[in-house]
Design a protein around this ligand. Structure first.
Ligand SMILES: *Cc1c(COP(=O)(O)O)cnc(C)c1O
Length: 352
């Protein structure tokens, strides 16, 4: 038998989550965000399983990989090109790109293309990450509109706080101001906005985390939103130790038994993508029972207290997150968010 750690991918859950996006945003086209290897779920597997109007990715390599697989729908590079020489390649692959700097516009104006490309013009409405702000939009738009290499323009922005009830008001006002002179298709909503703010849905919604069945909203569980987890990270106990009061477990001797305990050793560590900073007490499912992690997470293993689960033994099934244990809980316990845990899954973990 091989190492028991696997990430089980539930495509039925994926389809269920897509229908939730459709139900939330019935009039909008869906750009499935499959960057970061589809948030750790496997880009091609997820792309093949989805029935959507387009894909959003980060790099030209990812876009070309999708084209090579035969996908003909729009594919959007979320940060656009990173250098001038990417434009002609992008054009050959009929790939769409975000434009967020004047450098990208200059490169586009100077590029020799076979056919014009579809552009998503990124507006900075308050997040102050990427995009043109109110003072620059006229020039940016004018240059793109006058550029023979541009086939179409879609107006786009991104919210910094769509998970809050009142988090988008200022940015929405800014977006309205900046786009009121234009009549282009629009794309604003990420998962949180899809779930919380129908006014943001417009022409294209950009769903990432909700496709994978995790909650984008702090304090709201995926289950309460109607989402189903797509990834279950599961493994098995590969060893059991009996320790007495005062004995320690793991590197740094950080955890000390308060009495006689049974300790289970799980084949999963930080080199698999499990967070090294998960503290003692982080929940783990062993043979269907919730037990606490104990001691420091090692590179390839972690330990759990199975004193309360007498039937647990080497070979017992362990779930690190997914079915029965929301990834958001493990993330919260470890001081991070579900996005980081899912997308940090290491290539050495087999996915099935
Ligand atoms: C990653 C990303 C998304 C998806 O966000 P989720 O919160 O995962 O839905 C949408 N838009 C942009 C610009 C992104 O970078």
């Amino acid at each position: 038998m091989s190492r028991p750690l696997i990430a089980r991918i539930d495509l039925q859950a994926l389809h269920h989550n897509v229908s939730l996006v459709r139900a939330c945003a019935p009039g909008a086209k869906l750009l499935a965000v499959i960057k970061a290897n589809a948030y750790g779920h496997g880009m091609l597997r997820i792309a093949h399983a989805l029935d959507v109007e387009g894909f959003a990715i980060l790099t030209l390599d990812e876009a070309l990989c999708l084209r090579k697989e035969g996908f003909t729908c729009p594919i959007l590079m979320l940060e656009g090109v990173f250098s001038a020489d990417e434009w002609p390649v992008l054009d050959k692959g009929k790939i769409s790109a975000v434009v967020h700097t004047f450098e990208q516009i200059v490169w586009l104006e100077q590029a020799v293309l076979k056919s014009p490309v579809d552009i998503f013009l990124k507006l900075n409405t308050g997040m102050n990450r990427l995009g043109f702000d109110a003072g620059k939009i006229r020039e940016a738009h004018g240059r793109l509109q006058g550029c023979p290499n541009v086939a179409s323009i879609t107006m786009m922005t991104h919210f910094s706080q769509a998970d809050e009830e009142a988090g988008i008001g200022k940015q929405m006002n800014c977006f309205r101001q900046m786009t009121k002179a234009f009549h282009y298709p629009e794309s604003l909503a990420n998962s949180a906005a899809i779930l919380r703010h129908p006014a943001t849905h417009r022409d294209w919604v950009r769903a990432g985390i909700m496709l994978y069945g995790a909650s984008p909203i702090d304090g709201m569980s995926a289950q309460s939103l109607g989402l189903r987890p797509v990834m279950t990270l599961e493994s098995a106990l590969i060893g059991v130790q009996e320790v007495k009061k005062g004995q320690m477990v793991g590197y740094g001797n950080e955890w000390i038994a308060s009495g006689k305990k049974r300790i289970g050793v799980v084949a999963c560590g930080y080199a698999d993508g499990y967070p090294r900073h998960a503290p003692s007490g982080t929940p783990v499912l062993v043979a269907g029972c919730r037990v606490p992690l104990v001691g420091r997470v090692s590179m390839d293993m972690l330990a759990v207290d199975i004193t309360e689960v007498p039937h647990a033994q080497p070979g017992s099934r362990v779930i690190l997150w997914g079915e029965g244990l929301p990834v958001e809980e493990v993330a919260a316990s470890s001081g991070t968010i579900c996005y980081e845990l899912l997308s940090a899954l290491m290539p050495r973990v087999k996915t099935i």
